[in-house]
Design a protein around this ligand. Structure first.
Ligand code: 6GU
Length: 239
């Protein structure tokens, strides 16, 4: 997969060189290019913003640099178009399902807005997706782009060695995962649940499912309405 990021703060995307995403890039499993939007300005001050029509606080990003940037980055081949993503708190909620859909694309372009956002005409002309990462307001799209790119990259073939670590994720089954444990078996008088050391794999799977169901009911009860519950699941939740 190829990913281009357009931003006035290219250094903000440096964490994409680290850890899981950085390793995926080093192994050519993802090809990430960050671009300074100001390359596509022409005035001495390299202006990207202007006052909002209709008044109000803050500034709006002007359409011309974005259009020039998107034309330059998207290239001349109309048969290979990228999926253009604009992170915005006014977007559609980002979910694990959304990440899986983006992971199937061959090319993503992220447009990181600052100030009060990007001129609506350029968004209408270019954006395939306007995505929010949650119900709070960030200062710009860069941190959201880091989040989306990491969630997408770890779903790409070969990035995560153990496929089970993806399929057992929180949300992969529509439930929150329960707590996990490693050695030592007793730490500060706290014991690892005995069942996990029993070697009974069916019983362990059932216990983990029960823990996930109970945690989900406590923390995100609305998620339980969206999944199929077995008779055994219902029995656990009856308590
Ligand atoms: Cl995608 N952008 C900004 N600026 N704030 C956000 C967001 C995105 N998602 C939640 N808050």
């Amino acid at each position: 997969m190829r990913i281009d990021v357009l931003t006035i703060f290219p250094d903000y995307l440096r964490p994409l060189e680290l850890a899981l995403v950085g390793r995926a890039a080093a192994r050519d499993l993802v090809d990430i290019h960050t671009h300074d939007l100001r390359q596509w300005t022409h005035d001495v001050h390299r202006t990207v913003d202007d006052a909002p029509y209709g008044g109000g606080p803050g500034m709006v990003m002007r359409p011309e640099p974005w259009d020039e940037a998107l034309r330059a980055v998207s290239g001349g081949d109309p048969t290979r178009r990228p999926r253009v993503v604009v992170p915005t708190p006014a977007g559609v909620p980002f979910t694990q399902r959304y990440a899986a859909e983006l992971a199937e694309q061959h090319w993503l372009v992220f447009c990181c807005g600052r100030y009060e956002g990007i001129d609506g005409r350029v968004v209408e002309a270019w954006a395939d997706d306007e995505i929010s990462i949650g119900d709070y307001v960030l200062a710009g799209g860069e941190a959201a782009t880091l989040v989306i790119v990491e969630a997408v990259t770890r779903l790409l073939p070969g990035v995560v060695g153990n496929v089970e670590s993806i399929t057992d994720d929180s949300f992969a089954h529509g439930l929150l995962e329960g707590a996990v444990y490693t050695r030592p078996p007793i730490w500060r008088e706290r014991e690892v649940p005995a069942i996990l050391r029993s070697g009974d794999h069916a019983a362990i799977a059932r216990w983990r499912r029960d823990e996930a169901l109970l945690r989900t009911r406590r923390r995100r009860p609305e998620l339980l309405d969206r999944i199929e519950l077995s008779a055994a699941d219902r029995a656990v939740l009856a308590n």
